[in-house]
Design a protein around this ligand. Structure first.
Ligand SMILES: Cc1cc2nc3c(=O)[nH]c(=O)nc-3n(C[C@H](O)[C@H](O)[C@H](O)COP(=O)(O)O)c2cc1C
Length: 318
């Protein structure tokens, strides 16, 4: 999915524009906000609170709506007179109307929103970065704002900040993180009489059908971890005598709400038991645990890599 970069600078081909061009890949989109047909909040009776803004038809509402279609949205905001630029505030204020009508979209919006602020220095402008961080106040998202301090590199207001390698790297790492924390998890695919032991748990705020799994602890093999996690999450006791096969490990990456890249290796094991036992959701984030028809599991589980594991498990049991 593509990314959207929005430059809130008044200046053509200045630092904000150049950062957008530096970061954007071919499939991405750049918007120069100064070129948009947008009204600032003025000459109105706060219609946005009870209905639609009187300027509803300008580019503003449409742009907020469009942002649903991007994997990442990157605002690039210069400091003008100790504050984020007025172009940024014009757009910021117009979110009132959009989120009045699309309240459910806010969380998804800030999850994908990243802001780069260009300013002189932190010491003289304590309020600049916190002002940009207001989008994320009272949310679980953090580290979504990167401040670039020109004075740290002796750069004047028109100097090119991308000329500094360290800045280039930090901007690039902010949007395209490469430094991943490595984590390992073990997974238990437990089958009984043609059914699979499925978990329904809250993952990042959403009820998700998956399989019992969890981190491998120190002094524990992945197989032991899969057995322990199965019991801790579902109340179903399995042991090594139920093991059918070690399945193919897989890796995936994700960003935490604190904008840290995690590269996770999943080590799945398939077990077969002859007794359904007493499945119970034992951890707080678990909604339910059940023996599910495999077809149903495959249609409800949202993760392709988990479904592949189940396919491999079924093949190994034939
Ligand atoms: C009207 C105006 C006010 C500015 N005020 C400040 C300021 O208070 N502090 C500061 O560090 N830089 C200030 N700047 C400099 C900009 O932050 C800097 O030039 C930045 O690189 C602007 O982005 P651009 O390169 O995309 O134009 C100001 C620039 C303008 C045009």
């Amino acid at each position: 999915m593509k990314k959207l970069f929005i430059s809130f600078s008044a200046r053509e081909n200045g630092n904000c524009d150049e950062i957008a061009k530096f970061l954007a890949k071919e499939e991405d989109e750049i918007i120069y906000f100064r070129k948009m047909n947008v009204h600032n909040c003025s000459n109105c009776d706060y219609e946005c609170f009870s209905g639609y803004c009187k300027y509803h038809e300008d580019d503003s509402y449409h742009l907020y709506d469009e942002m649903k279609n991007y994997k990442k949205i990157v605002f690039i905001v210069p400091m003008y007179c100790s504050n984020p630029s007025s172009l940024y505030f014009i757009f910021n204020e117009r979110c009132q109307e959009y989120f009045m009508h699309n309240e459910d979209e806010y969380e998804s919006f800030i999850k994908r929103l990243f802001i780069i602020g260009i300013y002189g220095n932190q010491e003289q402008s304590l309020e600049f970065i916190p002002c940009l961080e207001k989008w994320f106040a009272c949310s679980k998202y953090s580290n979504h704002v990167l401040g670039i301090e020109r004075h740290k590199y002796n750069l004047q207001y028109k100097d090119s900040i991308l000329g500094v390698d360290e800045i280039k790297k930090s901007i690039s790492e902010f949007i395209y993180p490469t430094h991943a924390k490595l984590e390992e998890s073990a997974m238990a695919v437990v089958m009984c009489k043609g059914k699979i032991l499925a978990t329904n748990e809250i993952i990042y705020g959403k009820a998700t059908i998956s399989l019992p799994k969890g981190h491998t602890e120190a002094n524990e093999t992945a197989l032991e971890a899969s057995i322990r996690e199965c019991y801790e999450e579902t109340n179903i006791e399995i042991n090594e005598s139920h093991l059918v096969k070690k399945l193919t490990p897989y890796q995936y990456e994700f960003l935490t709400p604190a904008n840290k890249l995690i590269r996770k290796t999943l080590l799945p094991y398939v077990f077969e038991v002859s007794d359904f036992g007493n499945p119970l959701p034992k951890e707080e984030r678990m909604i339910s645990v059940e023996w599910m028809n495999i077809e149903e599991f495959l249609s409800l589980c949202p993760y392709d890599n988990v479904k592949n594991v189940v396919d491999e498990a079924l093949a190994s049991m034939k």
